[in-house]
Structures are given as C-alpha cells and as structure tokens.
Design a protein around this ligand. Structure first.
Ligand SMILES: Nc1nc2c(c(=O)[nH]1)N[C@H]1C(S)=C(S)[C@@H](COP(=O)(O)OP(=O)(O)OC[C@H]3O[C@@H](n4cnc5c(=O)[nH]c(N)nc54)[C@H](O)[C@@H]3O)O[C@H]1N2
Ligand SMILES: Nc1nc2c(c(=O)[nH]1)N[C@H]1C(S)=C(S)[C@@H](COP(=O)(O)OP(=O)(O)OC[C@H]3O[C@@H](n4cnc5c(=O)[nH]c(N)nc54)[C@H](O)[C@@H]3O)O[C@H]1N2
Ligand code: SF4
Ligand SMILES: [Mo]
Length: 745
C-alpha cells in the first residue's frame, strides 16, 4: 500500500520563498499547492506566478545533476565520470590543502550569484579556510544602496508604502512588474489607483511608467544630476522640512551649495528630460505629507555614478523629513536572531585572511577597513552590518590574480549558485580565467556553461529538498522560510552539508557544531525564543518595526539619534572623506558614458538586463512553456529609432561595444530614442554546454558587451547600464530564429 502525506515546504524560485503544501507519495513529491496558513500567503502571488509548478517537475527532471561528477579529458570537453561524495570531497580537500600550502589560503576564491540560497555556509568555510576572496554580485546589486544608506542614516531603510498615508512614490531604476513576482507590483498598482502620486525614473516606459503621474525618461547614467536637480527645486521652493533638519540633519548648508547650480534647466540638458517635469516631480515629492522612494539595480549598475545617486536619494528623503516615519521609509531594526556576521563566523577568521584582501587600499570602502569604520558606528546602536557582502572581492581583481598571478596566484574557485559565464561582466574574460585554474568546483542543479568548465560538478539539493531561512543578510528583524518536504533525492546534498563536510576534512572541526542545516537554523533563531518547528508553523518572524527610533531615549536619557559620526543624518558625510570619498553628492555621470562606441551602425546608449518574466537571469531557458511564451532574447528600441534605422520588429540585429558583440532579435517599445535595452542571461540549454560553443553563450549573451573593471573608486562598482554601443542589422540567422518547435527541449 502506498503512503501519502501532505507536508509543508517552500518554493525557492525567487526571494519570496512562498509557502506550499507538498503531497508526498512514497517519498516522492507528486503534487504541490499554495499553503494558505503560512507566510507570505496572498492568493494573488501564487495565482499569477508561473514558476512554482516547476518545483515538482524540477525535482526529478532528466537534466538535473544527481551525482558528483569528475572531469575526464580536457577541461570543458564535456566528459565526466560519476564518483562518490567521499572520493570527490577527499580529493577537493587534498588539492585545496596543497594549493594553500604552495600559494597561501587566499589562492582559493569563491563566486556567488543572486539570493538563491543562504550563502553563510560557503562564507563560513572561506573564513575558516583563510581566504577573503569571495566574489559576488555585491558591487552591482543591493550593496551600493546598503552602503550609502548606512553612511547617511547609520543603517538601511525600506520604503513604507501605505495607502492613505503615502502621498508620493518614486520608482527609480526598478521595474517590479517583471522583477517582482507580483505581490509588490500588485501593491504598487493598488497604490497608484488611489490618491497618491507616482513618479517613475526610467529610460524605458515600463509598466510602472505607464501608470505614473510623471515619467522621467532619464538619459541612462545621469541620475546623480537628476537627484541634484530635484533637491534644487525642493530647497529653492522652500519644500524642505526645516524642523526635522534642524533637529536631525547634519550639513545642510553644504548640500544646498552643492545643488544650487543644478536648476531644472541645467539638469534638463544633461538628463534629457523636460525641466517642467523635473519641477512637477520635485513638487509632488516635497509637498507630500509622506513620500517614499523605491530603487533598483537600474541605478546600482552605473559605475562611478552609483554612490552619488544613492546619496542624492538619501538626501531627498532627509531634507523632506521622510525618514523613519510611516508612509515614507522605515529604518530596519537589528535582528533578534543571530546575525549573518556570526553565522559566517567572520570574527573568527584564520590569521592573515583580511591582510590578503585584494580590495585592501584599492576599493577602500568595500574593504575590511571600510567595514570596520562603519561597524564601529552602527554597533553604537546595536546593529552589525553583514561583513561578507560589504567586503566582497572585486571580480576584476580576482580575475587578474587568476590571469597573472598578481599580487598572488588565485588558482582555485568554488562556484555556488551562480553562472558567471553568463552573469558576470566580460564573459569571454571570465571563461579564459576559469579555463586556466588548477581547481574549479561548481555546485549546481544543471550543467551550465560555467559548470561545463569544472573539475567537479557537485549536485545541489534545492527547493522541497532543503529547508530555507531567508534573512536578507540580517539587515532587518525579519526572517521567513520553512522546512524541506523530502530528503534530497539521488545523491544531491544541501550546500550546508557540502561545506561542512569539506570543512571537517580541512581541520574546521570547531566551526561546524550543528550537524544539519535545520539545527543551524534553529541555532540562528534561538535568541527569538522560537524553536525551528515553532518558526515553521507560521514561516515568519517579523515584529513590525517602530518608527522614529531616533527619538527614543537611550540608557543615558538622551534620544538615540542615528548611528553616524555626528549622531544625525549626514547630508554631508563625515565617514566618506576618510576613504577618499566626497562629503556631498556630486554630479557624476556613469563611468562609461563618455566612451567611444566602435564599429559600424547607429550610436546608442545600451542598458542591459531589464528583467523579463518568466525567466530569472540565466535560469529556466530549459522550460519549454517559458520558451514558447518568450522564445528569444531581444534588443529593444523606440518606434522612432526603429523607423529612423529602417528596422522592423523580429529582425536580427547586432550590438557592439568596446568589449565585443552580441546578437538579438529586435523589439520595439516606448522608451528613449537614444537608448537600446538588451536582455541578459540567454543561453541554450538544449545545445551542448561544453566546448567549443558552451551552450551558445557567445551568441546573445549581454555580458559579451560589458567589462567588470573597477570604475567606482570607493566600492568598485562597474557598469551594466549606460554603455555606448552600436546597433546594426545582422545578416546571418540566430539560433533562436530556427526554434520553430520548443517541445523538444
Ligand atoms: N549584463 C548584466 N549582467 C548582470 C545583471 C544585469 O542586469 N545585466 N544583473 C546582475 C545581478 S543584479 C545579479 S544578482 C546577477 C545574477 O547572477 P546569477 O545569480 O549568476 O544568475 P542565475 O542565472 O540566477 O544563476 C544561478 C545559477 O545557480 C543555480 N542555482 C540556483 N539556485 C541554486 C542553489 O540554491 N544552489 C546551487 N548550488 N545552485 C543554484 C542555477 O541553476 C543557475 O545556474 O547577475 C548580474 N549580471
Ligand atoms: N523575472 C526576473 N525577476 C528578477 C530577476 C530576473 O533576472 N528575472 N532578477 C532578480 C534580481 S537578482 C534583481 S537584482 C532584481 C532587480 O530588479 P529591478 O531593480 O526591478 O530590475 P529591472 O526589472 O531590470 O529594472 C531596472 C530598471 O532600470 C532601468 N534602467 C536602466 N538603466 C538605467 C539608468 O541609467 N537610470 C535609471 N533611472 N534607470 C535605468 C531599466 O530600464 C529597468 O526598467 O530582480 C530580481 N527579480
Ligand atoms: S517563484 Fe517566487 S513568487 Fe512564485 S511561488 Fe515561487 S517563491 Fe512565490
Ligand atoms: Mo541582483
């Protein structure tokens, strides 16, 4: 007789980690449905999400990696032999020990991607091994904002969009209609349908721009100037909250002097948006009782302009009194659970680890020195920033150390939940650097182009086979997640187990007291008073943050203020100049805007990676339903640009930048006439992921057009947007054009 049970678990196809109930028959998941009893139940989220049904099929999909694989033959040749976990981990540990003995432990680097899983187990392993060289997406996703929020307010803030309270909302360089699986986007739509005004800053006329009161189609990469212009109007027209500033802001006069030259007319010249619209947007923001700003990776990926844009946005909030008040934004609370830093064991690193940091003195803020200076401030108010994100190594430096051995050789790499051949800047450089390594280990679900280069591909357990506890780097007092429905299938392993078992082989016995991931999560939650099982019953720990924390009295009877050098919001920063940075935001343009665009064709400004459902970065191209719905990578231009160039929708085009060329099918949509937007992440899982074509990653991969060289001096941010390029028709055919039938995928 078969045994049928219903077990709670979570989808893990995006950061929501929605609660599901799995029907488990004889140890196999056969069905899935939304769980209305646990976080983040909202019928609309899962009703409109196309991904979660993939969970059941992905669990047993023929293209999943199920056993440890060891390379046979040439690197990248696609020949593998199945080995046992013991063979794989013994050999990896022995080779890492040999390499560390020869070159020092920093010879091992690691690479992570978006927030697909908990990264602290990898980082704990790296800390204890003694290497600071974890590469991530830090410099271009999330952490420029985290840095500048922390520099300005002493901690991060999150927009608090409340119907009836929020009177103005800015959506700046983000398009939640595609990047967020509907809950947040539905919230924005509901907001926009009410009385509050909506301003969208985006070179493309996104879904959000369609419903906005003001669309500011900013010239890519000029957002810092726009922020100064908005501040100029707000200050000039007396729309500031002077009582708040008097009590809580530092450096207003300096800021006012810096924005004075940036009248809407001046700004209009640089940003290519009408002066009158800048005034309207500034007035909507300045006159609102409560106003909020949501920003995204559109402005995180603009090289040297990035800190100025984020500091400008911080100042907009502060001068109008929109900080830590309901309807504007709230400063996150320190987590009650064990912080990311402690989970990573970043305070217990092996000796010499930080000294070996490649960022040291080169990206002074995104370094251990920058981190320590920040932490000394935030800890005054009991908050510890996540260390590994804010110190992650600049990929450019790590690649250089792989390529040249300077300043020391990086000879080994562990890749966890990322596909750098598609998602890191300058794909061909990344591929060459990885090809030259002594040891490449990739933990994956699928044989990606990156995995195809590995010495070992290790089978990762994913959703339903792995519990999840999402804490977003521990920058807020919010945690959500839930249990696994089944034990890992085949010989897949949870990443915690992989790094623990590797660590135990390398003398890290005291670093891994918890035997299982569930025990580790339980230890993390212990200070909240909840057991892992109690937490799983609701899947959520989120005491609502209290507003106006700066006014609360501390133990000394004085208001707590903000965790900055001055105890106030720093319109003029006292911290940044210590690292060579500016006190106030400056009119800095994206690093590559001034660059030449080689080759023939129309010169346009390229933005890459605008999110498109149902895909996520380089994932899900193997799904035939998705491919039928969205069959090819597109380069999008405005109707006027297409007409000017005599191009029609669906024809093949080529883009060229200083970095290289890539080919797409043309799409036409409302946007700026000087801009082209290229999809990113595209490769063909149905093609051989191995050499010489690596899943066609040289055809339509937007990162053939980018470089990852340091551009921003404090953090190191490079550019995925605002890149001069040429657009021209392409005479050949693209692989995608021959895909008449995707059912064979
Ligand atoms: N040109 C350009 N490049 C960009 C961007 C852009 O906008 N333009 N965006 C950047 C941004 S913001 C980001 S965050 C990155 C994203 O970059 P990545 O995170 O590298 O992108 P993904 O395609 O999501 O890669 C995830 C890979 O990990 C595997 N995987 C997923 N979950 C797990 C897991 O839990 N464990 C393991 N072991 N494997 C897993 C998947 O099979 C997939 O191959 O791309 C960046 N690159
Ligand atoms: N479907 C899907 N969802 C995703 C992802 C995915 O790959 N696919 N990735 C996830 C990840 S890792 C991330 S970081 C988030 C990102 O989520 P978002 O930040 O919302 O990213 P996008 O949807 O690409 O929106 C960025 C917007 O910035 C605009 N932009 C480009 N250049 C500029 C500029 O110079 N100035 C301004 N003001 N705007 C500019 C683009 O036109 C685009 O509309 O999405 C997450 N969700
Ligand atoms: S993909 Fe995201 S929104 Fe959709 S069900 Fe999964 S976790 Fe929820
Ligand atoms: Mo990201």
């Amino acid at each position: 007789m078969s045994c049928i049970e219903e077990r709670p678990s979570n989808c893990q196809y995006c950061g929501y980690d929605c609660a599901v109930i799995a029907t488990v028959e004889d140890g196999r998941v056969t069905k899935l449905r939304p769980d209305p009893a646990r976080y983040p139940y909202g019928a609309s989220v899962m009703a409109s999400c196309k991904r979660w049904p993939m969970n059941v099929e992905a669990l047993d999909a023929p293209d999943r990696i199920n056993f440890p694989l060891r390379r046979k033959g040439e690197r990248g040749s696609g020949q593998w032999e199945r080995v046992s976990w013991d063979e794989a981990l013994d050999d990896i540990a022995a080779r890492l020990a040999d390499l560390a003995a020869e070159h020092g432990p920093a010879t091992l680097a690691s690479a992570i991607g978006g927030p697909h899983c908990s990264f602290w187990p990898l980082h704990r392993f790296m800390n204890r091994f003694g290497s600071p060289n974890n590469m991530g997406i830090g410099q271009i996703c999330w952490n420029p904002r985290i840095w500048m929020d922390m520099v300005t307010f002493g901690w991060t803030v999150e927009a608090d969009i409340v119907a009836g309270l929020t009177e103005c909302l800015f959506i700046w360089g983000t398009n939640p209609a595609h990047s967020d699986n509907s809950a947040f986007w539905a919230h924005i739509q509901a907001y926009a349908a009410g009385a509050g005004s909506l301003v969208v800053v985006d070179p493309r006329k996104t879904e959000a721009a369609e419903i906005a009161d003001v669309w500011l189609p900013v010239r890519p990469g000029t957002d810092a100037v726009l922020a100064l212009g908005l501040l100029n109007v707000i200050i000039d027209e007396g729309l500031t909250d002077d009582d708040f500033m008097e009590a809580w802001c530092h450096g207003f006069d300096e800021l006012a002097r810096a924005v004075a030259p940036w009248t809407p007319e001046e700004v209009a010249q640089v940003c290519g948006v009408p002066a009158e619209d800048i005034r309207r947007a500034a007035r909507l923001f300045g006159r609102a009782r409560a106003a909020a700003i949501v920003s995204g990776r559109g402005i995180d990926q603009l090289g040297r302009a990035v800190p100025h844009i984020h500091r400008g946005i911080c100042c907009l909030r502060a001068v109008t009194g929109n900080v830590d008040v309901p309807g504007s934004c709230l400063l996150a609370e320190a987590p009650d659970f064990v912080s990311e830093l402690v989970m990573e064991q970043s305070d217990e690193v092996a000796e010499g680890c930080w000294e070996a940091s490649l960022n040291r003195g080169r990206t002074p803020l995104q370094s251990f020195d920058g981190y320590d200076a920040l932490r000394a401030l935030t800890e005054k108010l009991g908050r510890t920033p996540p260390m590994r994100y804010l110190t992650s190594a600049l990929p450019d430096y790590v690649l250089t150390a792989m390529e040249t051995g300077e300043p020391y050789p990086v000879r080994a790499l562990i890749v966890n939940a990322t596909n750098p051949l598609l998602t890191y800047g300058d794909s061909l450089r990344v591929r060459r650097a990885l090809e030259g390594l002594d040891l490449l280990v990739v933990l994956e679900y699928h044989m990606t182009p990156t995995a195809a280069l590995a010495d070992y591909v290790l089978p990762a357990a994913g959703a339903l086979e792995r519990p999840v506890l999402q804490v977003h780097g521990g920058v807020a007092n919010a945690a959500y997640g839930g249990p696994a429905a089944v034990a890992p299938l085949y010989e897949r392993k949870r990443d915690y187990d992989v790094f623990r078992e590797l660590g135990l082989r390398l003398g890290q016995e005291d670093a891994w007291p918890e035997e299982t991931l569930e025990e580790a999560f339980a230890a993390s939650l212990a200070p909240t008073g909840l057991s892992w099982e109690e937490f799983c019953a609701t899947g959520l720990y989120w005491p609502a943050p209290t507003p106006r924390k700066h006014e609360q009295l501390g133990r000394d009877g004085a208001p707590r203020g903000f965790a900055t050098t001055t105890g106030k919001i720093e319109l003029a920063s006292e911290l940044l100049p210590r690292f060579g940075g500016p006190r106030v935001p400056e009119p800095v343009l994206a690093g590559r805007l001034g660059e030449e665009a080689p080759g023939a064709g129309e010169r346009l400004i390229l933005v890459t990676g605008a999110r498109r459902q149902p895909y996520n970065a380089s994932m899900y191209f193997e799904n035939p339903r998705f491919r039928a719905q969205c069959p090819a990578p597109q380069a999008t231009v405005s109707p006027a640009t297409a007409a000017r160039l005599g191009l029609v929708a669906g024809e093949a085009v080529e883009l060229e930048t200083v970095a290289g060329t890539a080919r797409f099918l043309l799409d036409i949509a409302p946007m700026r006439d000087d801009t082209v937007s290229a999809d990113y992440g595209w490769w063909r899982p149905e093609d051989d992921p191995a050499a010489p074509h690596f899943g066609a990653m040289e055809e339509s991969n937007a990162n053939l057009l980018t470089v990852c060289a340091k551009d921003e001096p404090l953090i190191g941010t490079w550019s995925y947007n605002a890149i001069p390029c040429r657009l021209r028709p392409y005479a050949g055919r693209l692989g995608w054009q021959d895909d008449t039938d995707t059912t064979s995928l």
